[in-house]
Design a protein around this ligand. Structure first.
Ligand code: SIN
Length: 296
């Protein structure tokens, strides 16, 4: 029989959440109304779409394609930049984490400063696999991970650092984030991937390659969380293909203190309530008893 968890407020990465299940960046995160809807639908916290230093229209389409076991996207970080602040008054006092990106430590610090007073934490997107000069272009280098994290954590707000799996040693990136003052590490962002249309003899995505999310990447995410738990002491937030309470428990046993869910919301907008119903019970055990237990 699967264990059940005790319900109640969850404290992780400098933030208090209503439960362990967080909406991941990039899904229904572009408006205050859609983020509020996810909280009403049972998310314990929500992460916004990634916001950058300049407005961005994103890559030329097609930008999203469904594939076996998941979704391949190359959105190209579309966002309104600083104007996103107009979406936040609706969410005042709620557990909202702003996903931000920049092309340098200075840009990360500038964008974080715009939102620092309006959200409970910022999540540094150092992991988008298909945005030249941003995301994994910086996040694959532990030195730059440390620099960007340090620049934002000096603002005195909780900083979560979302890492890319597209590296040989994710633990080195996790340690760099930890040493830079991260309050939590989020693992993982999408896996760099592509499809080609045999009919058109061309890549399917306008950007040619993109990032794979969904069930297909769950085992990769579990392995990354496991590696990070061995190396780091800050809390880890597991992300990548989670769709059931069983997946949440597996992530916790690998070392995750909480989880983010993204692509699963596409198939079931009520996923937070549905997982919560299977995950929690009045006589459940504290999550601490499970986090990292697969390492013993
Ligand atoms: C995008 O907007 O391009 C996706 C963001 C990401 O992969 O982090």
């Amino acid at each position: 029989m699967l264990p059940r968890l005790r319900s109640g407020t969850v404290h992780v990465g400098g933030v208090s959440l209503d439960n362990h299940l967080i909406l991941a960046a990039g899904i229904l995160g572009t408006t205050g109304a859609s983020l509020a809807r996810m909280l009403e639908n049972g998310a314990g916290g929500v992460v916004t779409k990634s916001i950058g230093p300049y407005p961005c229209e994103g890559h030329t389409g097609p930008c999203v394609v469904e594939v076996d076991g998941g979704v391949l996207n190359a959105m190209g970080l579309p966002n309104p930049s600083r104007d996103f602040a107009d979406e936040l008054p609706l969410l005042e006092g709620k557990p909202v984490i702003a996903s931000i990106y920049g092309g340098s430590a200075e840009e990360f610090s500038t964008v974080a400063g715009w939102f620092a007073e309006k959200v409970v934490a910022v999540e540094l997107n150092l992991s988008c696999p298909h945005a030249a000069g941003y995301g994994a272009s910086l996040g694959a280098d532990p030195r730059l991970v440390g620099e960007c994290t340090r620049a934002v954590s000096s603002l005195g707000i909780p900083v979560w650092v979302k890492l890319t799996p597209n590296v040989t040693d994710i633990a080195a990136c996790g340690l760099a984030a930890e040493r830079g003052g991260a309050s939590a590490i989020v693992a993982i962002n999408t896996v760099k991937a592509m499809r080609i249309s045999p009919e058109l003899r061309r890549p399917v995505l306008g950007n040619r390659f993109g990032g794979l999310s969904g069930k297909a990447i769950f085992p990769i995410a579990v392995r990354c969380v496991y590696d990070l738990y061995e190396a780091c002491t800050v809390p880890i937030i597991g992300c990548g293909g989670i769709a059931t309470a069983r997946d949440v428990l597996e992530m916790m046993m690998a070392g995750a203190a909480a989880v983010e869910i993204g692509t699963g919301v596409k198939d079931n907008p009520r996923i937070f309530r549905d997982i919560g119903a299977d995950l929690y019970s009045a006589d459940g055990i504290p999550a601490d008893e499970l986090v990292g237990c697969a390492h013993d």
